[in-house]
Design a protein around this ligand. Structure first.
Ligand code: 6CS
Ligand code: FE
Length: 310
């Protein structure tokens, strides 16, 4: 079944970035939680926290047996050699593997798991599809940082994502300690759009996935947001889900401990928010970074239904 393309929006860019000297804050024009006909899977207290902070940490979503299966799959995926596999500059350890929802039947099932889908469909108030998936390995001793950024800023400028109507879910595959490079998030930072300085280079992803220096906030912008909201380290044992709005400012430090901080990330985008042409007027990024061809909505399935079908 083909899904009608979104009506052609005016190409007015409501979230311009990398086009102004010195970073600035722009107003967020989109809701955090959309009007929804889907059942609400969260308590009103958690809903309020998500709306205010821009993220939630949900513990014990997946059990130890499931996590063992996910870890085996993650170990297998990093043995491949392809464009989707990004390596650290120091030591060549695997940093990330992208498009895991298509490379792995187990992760394809997980992407459609109702424990994740129910959250995404309710928050986005729409059917959803997978914009991007990845495993970030953050290996021990040499796992490098991911500098402060808003995912939406990249997905808007480089992928043509029109509005802030996407949500990320990061499942902790190993224990995320305070010491081994956990995800750092700034509560409330999702309420402002950080327009960055600089200009997008051609094929920026070839460097940005290893070390991002374009499309990152100025020091003063990070300082102001952190002064207002503080900084939270998302820690937890395997099987937690860190649910975060596409525009919340986040990053993570390097990992010099022996303990890898490996998480699998699924990015759900609203079907009505499908990517258009990039706003940086450069060619679109590859399909393994941004789903663009043949976009179809995901259908939520319980883990029992998934097991029956395999
Ligand atoms: O460019 C991207 O799509 C990726 N970059 C970062 C730092 N986070 C989101 C995403 O994986
Ligand atoms: Fe990110």
């Amino acid at each position: 079944m083909s899904y009608p393309l979104p009506k052609k929006r005016s190409r007015e860019d409501f979230y311009p970035s990398r086009s102004c000297p010195g970073g600035r804050f722009l107003e967020r024009l989109d809701p955090v939680i959309y009007p929804s006909s889907f059942a609400c899977p969260l308590s009103s207290e958690l809903l309020h926290r998500y709306r205010e902070d821009g993220f939630l940490i949900l513990d014990d979503v997946f059990d130890a047996q499931e996590m063992d299966r996910f870890q085996e799959e993650v170990d297998r995926l990093q043995t491949r050699n392809s464009d989707e596999v990004i390596r650290e500059t120091t030591g060549g350890d695997v940093r990330s593997v992208f498009r895991v929802h298509e490379q792995s039947p187990l992760f394809s099932q997980l992407a459609a798991d109702s424990r994740l889908m129910d959250l995404a469909q309710f928050i986005l108030g729409d059917q959803v599809y997978m914009h991007q998936s990845r495993v970030n390995y953050k290996p021990g001793f040499r796992g490098q940082e991911f500098y402060w950024h808003s995912d939406f800023e990249t997905w808007h400028v480089e992928d043509g994502m029109p509005a802030m109507r996407a949500v990320s879910m990061s499942i902790t595959l190993t224990r995320n300690y305070a010491t081994n490079g956990p995800l750092l998030l700034i509560p409330g930072s999702h309420k402002k759009y950080v327009a960055c300085e600089g200009e997008t280079p051609a094929e920026h992803f070839r460097s940005s996935l290893i070390k991002q220096s374009i499309g990152v906030p100025a020091d003063e912008q990070v300082r102001q947001l952190a002064d207002e909201g503080g900084i939270v380290a998302a820690t937890g044992k395997p099987g937690s889900v860190i649910l975060f709005d596409c525009n919340v400012l986040h990053g993570s430090g390097s990992n010099i401990t022996p303990f890898p901080r490996s998480n699998v990330f699924f990015v759900y985008n609203a079907l009505s928010n499908r990517v258009e042409e990039p706003f940086c007027d450069l060619p679109p990024r590859p399909e393994y970074l941004c789903s663009r061809d043949g976009i179809t909505p995901l259908t939520a399935r319980t883990s029992e239904q998934a097991d029956e079908s395999c």
